[in-house]
Design a protein around this ligand. Structure first.
Ligand SMILES: NC(=O)c1ccc[n+]([C@@H]2O[C@H](COP(=O)([O-])OP(=O)(O)OC[C@H]3O[C@@H](n4cnc5c(N)ncnc54)[C@H](O)[C@@H]3O)[C@@H](O)[C@H]2O)c1
Length: 268
């Protein structure tokens, strides 16, 4: 018996943006291992197929659907299809997040809009269509993935990303409070430096394999517990917040960062 037996869990961005394990991919695999019927959403067909193949090869169940979370029609159609096919939606895990580096002067308006549409509007749209279903059920749990970049400057200009991640904190609180008496909980996770393609892939453009190893080692060393996070460590924290074990937790912010934001080291 798993913690999520008979539960339908939607994960957005359930693929990964490169080789290796991403946060959304790990979350999809982990919920499925805990008995959930996982609904994996992504815009990347190949990445989605890879996640589904892993879940199915472990004997677990998954429905994979192409969905662009920044597109109203795409989200509306996808959520309606999930509800029609599976009958209920128990957990919404909003993982999609686009990282673009640049400060306020050099960042283009187009990139600002793209980051906001993906990271903030994407969560708005999934909640817009999932919340009425959860309200009718009288229960549901939402986990939104923000970042420690929502509450700290991390030494690299990423004004749109940082701002979008901060918006997710209040977005989650507002949902948690509005729906607190309706059986729906909403919480947000602030991951620190997770060892995923999201932060590893950009290195390949400008660095040799040896340089990449040096940078990765520096990243490990700046974390108080001595290493970057494994995406499954984030998945397990999310699954706790999504589970009935967290029945009295709503509107909360869980930092999952190996102690990073508790340090006083500048420019990490
Ligand atoms: N890795 C880190 O160090 C770190 C730290 C803090 C927070 N996070 C957060 O973790 C989340 C993502 O982690 P990840 O490892 O899964 O990233 P990832 O880039 O590996 O995967 C993101 C997935 O989202 C998909 N995607 C992108 N735009 C989409 C859209 N419009 N609609 C649907 N799918 C879309 C991509 O195709 C990809 O498969 C983000 O919210 C990110 O901000 C990561």
């Amino acid at each position: 018996m798993g913690q999520f037996d008979k539960k339908v869990v939607i994960i957005t961005g359930a693929g990964a943006s490169g080789e290796g394990m991403g946060n959304g991919k790990a979350a999809a695999i982990h919920y499925a291992r805990q008995g959930a019927h996982t609904v994996a959403l992504d815009i990347d067909e190949v990445a989605l197929a890879d996640t589904a193949q892993i879940i199915e090869s472990e004997g677990n169940s998954v429905t994979s659907l192409l969905c662009d979370v920044s597109d109203n029609n795409s989200v509306a159609d996808t959520i309606a299809e999930v509800h029609c096919r599976l009958g209920h939606i128990d957990v919404l895990h909003n993982n999609v997040g686009l990282l673009e580096l640049d400060g306020p002067v050099s960042l283009t308006e187009e990139v600002w809009d793209k980051v906001m549409e993906t990271n903030v509007k994407g969560m708005f749209l999934t909640c817009k269509y999932v919340l009425p279903i959860m309200e009718a059920q009288g229960k549901g749990a939402i986990v939104n993935i923000s970042s420690v970049a929502a509450i700290r400057y991390w030494g690299t200009p990423a004004i749109a990303y940082d701002t979008s991640k901060a918006a997710i904190l209040q977005f989650t609180r507002s949902i948690a409070l509005e729906y607190a008496r309706k059986g729906i909980r909403a919480n947000v996770i602030l991951p620190g430096v997770m060892d995923t393609p999201l932060i590893n892939e950009p290195l390949k453009a400008d660095h040799s394999p040896a340089e990449i190893e040096t940078i990765r080692e520096e990243r490990h060393q700046m974390i108080p517990i001595g290493r970057m996070g494994d995406p499954f460590e984030l998945a397990k924290a999310a699954a706790f917040l999504a589970s009935d074990d967290a029945s009295y937790i709503t509107g909360s912010e869980l930092v999952v960062d190996g102690g990073l934001v508790s340090t006083c080291i500048p420019n990490w």
